[in-house]
Design a protein around this ligand. Structure first.
Ligand SMILES: NC(=O)N[C@@H](CC(=O)O)C(=O)O
Ligand SMILES: [Zn+2]
Ligand SMILES: [Zn+2]
Length: 356
């Protein structure tokens, strides 16, 4: 703990990886996101997915309608800027990329290996078949965002990220040397090392749960469904490696909550959904992590500068003040149709809260 620091004013964070979902879910997710962040990169794994610039434009309009109808403060409403992503499929075309690049609202293209995670059934089965699409993204400077796990049945769930680095990502980086790439929600020291070894065109996002938790938290003393997300939490040595790079001041690592809402009853189930919901309390969560190893000085780069710089967007001018006063994470939030959402660290006390 950093005893001397009682307040900390930061540039308002951006979230470079968030799931807002669609329809009535937006009534909960959009106010939480807009209160916490300026820019958010909205993941496209809706049903059906966001496949082209027209889909992205329509999705953004739905988000903005829920924003306007919400009771979010006017200053936060005008600062909130959802940036859209396309969901890459085996049928994504060079034309789709051109239209996305010209749209002014599509910030990146997301690759889910088919079957890797929530709503990835329409994802890519043949990466080699998409060479022209990657080349177009390189030409238009549209970043590739990766859910970096292989999906073969015989590969152990704890090895899937490392195998993706070795078998897939190495080749993409080699074949498209100027393509901007974000390895999303990294979970291993292997991924951290891989990103560090590449040029500045390769970066990574890191979630609060992968910094705060390891697989013992998930599995020891009873299974904790609200700690289950993909890629799955790894052993403590990987958690320590992620903590080291996230707090190091390296501009290759930046905030991406991967806040991924699933109703409480869908997580507390015999076949529970993957995803942790964190966007409402993301900044106190990350502050708690950085403070726990005396690295609050490096928090602002991670939360508010490095992502914008990577994406070539201006760094924000808005600010937010953290205060060293404890807060309790709500036990749940109302979600749609009478369901609830249980957030990451529900009911726990965090040492940092947002002032005002
Ligand atoms: N991270 C998760 O466990 N789940 C995400 C999908 C993803 O980001 O992989 C979701 O959409 O629920
Ligand atoms: Zn993912
Ligand atoms: Zn995600």
């Amino acid at each position: 703990m950093t005893d001397s620091i009682k307040e900390l004013t930061l540039l308002q964070p951006d979230d470079w990886h968030i799931h807002l979902r669609d329809g009535k879910a937006l009534a909960t997710t959009v106010p939480h996101a807009a209160t916490s962040f300026d820019r958010v990169i909205c993941m496209p794994n809706l049903v059906p997915p966001v496949k082209n610039a027209d889909d992205a434009r329509a999705y953004r309009e739905r988000i903005m309608q829920y924003l306007q109808a919400s009771d979010v403060r006017a200053a936060r409403k005008s600062a909130f800027d959802p940036r859209m992503t396309l969901y890459m499929t085996d049928h994504t075309s060079v034309h789709d990329i051109e239209m996305a690049a010209k749209s002014g609202i599509v910030q990146a293209v997301k690759l889910y290996p088919a079957g890797a995670t929530t709503n990835s059934a329409d994802g890519v089965t043949d990466i080699d078949g998409l060479a022209k699409v990657f080349a177009a993204m390189e030409k238009y400077n549209l970043p590739l965002l990766l859910h970096g796990e292989v999906t073969h049945d015989h590969v152990d769930i704890f090895d899937r990220e490392k195998r993706f680095l070795d078998e897939v990502l190495v080749q993409i980086v080699r074949n498209f040397p100027t393509l901007k790439i974000v390895l999303e929600h990294i979970t291993t020291s292997d991924a951290a090392d891989f990103v560090l070894a590449q040029g500045k065109q390769v970066a990574a996002t890191i979630t609060p749960q992968h910094l705060m938790l390891n697989r013992n938290h998930l599995l020891l003393g009873g299974i904790k469904p609200h700690f289950y997300c993909l890629p799955i939490l790894k052993r403590a040595t990987h958690q320590q490696a992620l903590l080291a790079v996230a707090t190091s001041g390296s501009s290759k690592f930046f905030l991406g909550t991967d806040s991924a809402p699933h109703a409480t009853d869908k997580k507390e189930a015999a076949c529970g959904c993957a995803g942790c919901y964190s966007s409402a309390t993301a900044l106190p969560l990350y502050a708690t992590v950085f403070d726990s190893i005396g690295k609050l000085d490096n928090l602002e780069g991670f939360t508010s500068r490095f992502g914008a710089e990577f994406y070539g967007l201006p760094v924000t001018t808005n600010t937010v003040t953290l205060i060293n006063t404890p807060m309790q994470v709500p036990t749940d939030y109302p979600y749609f149709d009478g369901s609830t959402l249980t957030p990451l660290m529900a009911g726990e006390t965090l040492p940092w809260s947002i002032k005002g």
